[in-house]
Unconditional design. Structure first.
Lengths: 112, 115
């Protein structure tokens, strides 16, 4: 069975500081990996995805993520956080059958 | 693309009543998914369709839940005899399966409150 762990429930960073959100997955085959962002009361917006190829993937809003098979990780990074990045972030894994399994999310607070 | 739309955005109902939610996927997307999200949790898979065929249902989907996608376009999710534990955000997502890749795009969700 596939699973996702996001070890950090809540992270606070100062505006302009760098950010890294952790994601560890469990999946038997080559995973398809995603990061989504969710603002309060809203649906999920896709930030980036990894299917194959280059292990460093670029997404929208200046985010990037690195797939590390040896560590079963897919951490999300941003070099300089903006106040508008405050939201909840979800990592997800899926097989080519499509069903996604999500972590429980990391809430990001940005200090001025 | 106008994105995935869901209706209604909010629904308040009394325990025991039936409710129905609608999801309109991105045009020409052949897959449609339903997820449920409770406070502090990530979305949990409920069911999905490829065109009009329902291909998988989660064990979370009790007999009180039924989903349809009659013409392979919009979908409805019905909950019969609602219980307070059904209170959650119900999210719909759609995708266009190309080979083995499948990127899901989510709608804004329907928040259900059962009193």
């Amino acid at each position: 069975a596939q699973s996702v762990t996001q070890p950090d429930i809540h992270i606070t960073v100062s505006e302009g500081a760098s950010l890294e959100l952790r994601c560890n997955y469990s999946y038997g085959a080559t995973p398809y990996l995603f990061w989504y962002v969710q603002s309060p009361g809203q649906g999920l917006q896709l930030l980036l995805k990894y299917f194959s190829g280059d292990t460093l993937v670029q997404g929208i809003k200046g985010f990037e993520a690195e797939f590390k098979r040896s560590q079963s990780s897919f951490n999300l990074r941003k070099p300089s956080v903006h106040w508008s990045d405050a939201a909840e972030y979800f990592c997800a894994v899926s097989s080519n059958a499509g069903k996604s399994t999500f972590g429980d999310g990391t809430t990001l607070t940005v200090k001025p | 693309d106008t994105g995935v739309s869901q209706d209604p955005r909010h629904k308040i109902t009394k325990r025991g009543q039936n409710v129905t939610f609608r999801c309109d996927p991105i045009s020409e997307h052949n897959r449609l998914y339903w997820y449920r999200q409770t406070l502090g949790q990530g979305p949990e898979f409920l069911t999905y369709f490829q065109n009009e065929a329902q291909l998988e249902k989660s064990r979370l989907l009790s007999d009180r839940f039924s989903a349809e996608r009659p013409k392979g376009s919009f979908s409805t999710l019905e909950i019969q005899r609602t219980e307070q534990g059904d209170s959650a955000m119900y999210l719909c997502a759609s995708s266009l399966i190309l080979g083995s890749t499948d990127t899901q795009y989510f709608g804004p969700g329907t928040r259900l409150t059962v009193l």
